[in-house]
Design a protein around this ligand. Structure first.
Ligand code: B16
Ligand code: MG
Length: 212
């Protein structure tokens, strides 16, 4: 039986994935590097520096470590600027009702995100105090597809990984959940993934998996 749900953040509870895309696009344009939606999909769930390495695969020149750090900081600056627009109405459709129904049924809830911006995003969408545990990019050494962030969330919750369900929009995130030994629900960009145990068109469909 599922005792806890671990939600990915970007692309699941809030559509900051659009802002990541916009910020990387701006950086790529400034650097004259080609970038598109299919490259962007490979960045889902992947850390900031690893995302930059994927983008730089298309670069005609090479960058030193300190140049790369400057590029990553620049992108994060553009991204943080976009985050200012976020308000509680930007939480994904059904996110709040889905969280409430987990609570009512005694199912624990956590965040498992690669993002170092998790605290500010949760604050802006009004969900900073909604979760029993928050595991994010500030607390881990290896990002998805490594299982570290999800195992940390389960540990904080005190729930066996086998009783956790992860909700993800990223292939890398589903792979991480698989390696953590957790059940996997795919939504959004990961909807068609072969790694999914369940497919959700919206968070509203989660209740059907958990409480029936
Ligand atoms: P930051 P998630 C991930 O969040 C994003 O999907 C990924 O695109 C981003 O590069 C990563 O966070 C790091 O984010 O630059 O804010 O630290 O989907 O795991 O919630
Ligand atoms: Mg995501």
């Amino acid at each position: 039986r599922i005792q806890a749900v671990i939600f990915d953040l970007d692309g699941v509870l809030v559509h900051t994935d659009r802002y990541h895309y916009e910020a990387w696009q701006q950086l790529a344009d400034e650097e004259g590097i080609s970038f598109d939606v299919s490259i962007n999909d490979r960045l889902r769930g992947v850390s900031r520096m690893e995302s930059l390495d994927i983008i730089l695969e298309k670069s005609l020149r090479s960058y030193t470590k300190s140049e790369k750090e400057a590029l990553a900081d620049r992108k994060n600056g553009y991204y943080r600027e976009l985050l200012h627009q976020l308000t509680p109405s930007d939480a994904a459709d059904s996110a709040v009702s889905c969280i409430d129904s987990c609570r009512r049924h005694g199912v624990k809830i956590a965040i498992g995100s690669s993002s170092r911006n998790t605290p500010i995003i949760l604050e802006r969408i009004g969900l900073a105090h909604a979760f029993d545990a928050i595991a994010d990019g500030n607390q881990i050494a290896r990002s998805k597809p490594d299982p570290e962030v999800f195992l940390l969330a389960a540990q904080q919750l005190g729930v066996d990984p086998a009783h956790c369900l992860v909700v993800e929009d990223a292939e890398a995130g589903l792979a991480a959940a698989e390696r953590a030994g957790m059940s996997k629900a795919a939504i959004g960009a990961a909807y068609e993934s072969p790694l999914a145990d369940f497919r959700l068109r919206s968070l509203a469909e989660l209740a059907g998996i958990l409480f029936e």
